[in-house]
Ligand binder design. Structure first.
Ligand SMILES: [Zn+2]
Length: 104
């Protein structure tokens, strides 16, 4: 559990840095939006990544990268499927808890 939290914290930093770098390269990317292929929401382009044909928003990139790091998923298709039937709900909860802890 301890090491899972470390991985999540690391991933949050890495993924947030991607977003910051994107905004530095192209300030418009913070305002321009697209429909995320994973969560289906309109999200800023900044920090989004394309994985094998799917463009994921920064939040979903965090889920994907954490999922890979914790070996919960092997590919993006699994994440997309999991988002549909909420199989990864547990992982999402861990990340949300971690964010709450960090913000307090
Ligand atoms: Zn998304």
């Amino acid at each position: 559990m301890e090491s899972q939290q470390k991985i999540i914290e690391e991933m949050q930093k890495v993924v947030e840095q991607m977003r910051i770098d994107d905004i530095e390269d192209n300030p418009d990317s913070e305002i321009e939006t697209f429909a995320c292929d994973c969560c289906g929401l309109e999200k800023p382009l900044a920090g989004s990544i394309e994985y094998s044909g799917y463009r994921l928003c920064n939040d979903c990139v965090l889920l994907a990268e954490t999922g890979f790091a914790l070996q919960k998923i092997k590919n993006i298709q699994e994440l997309i499927d999991a988002m549909e039937d909420k199989r990864l709900a547990g992982l999402c909860d861990i990340i949300k808890e971690e964010e709450k802890r960090k913000n307090n």
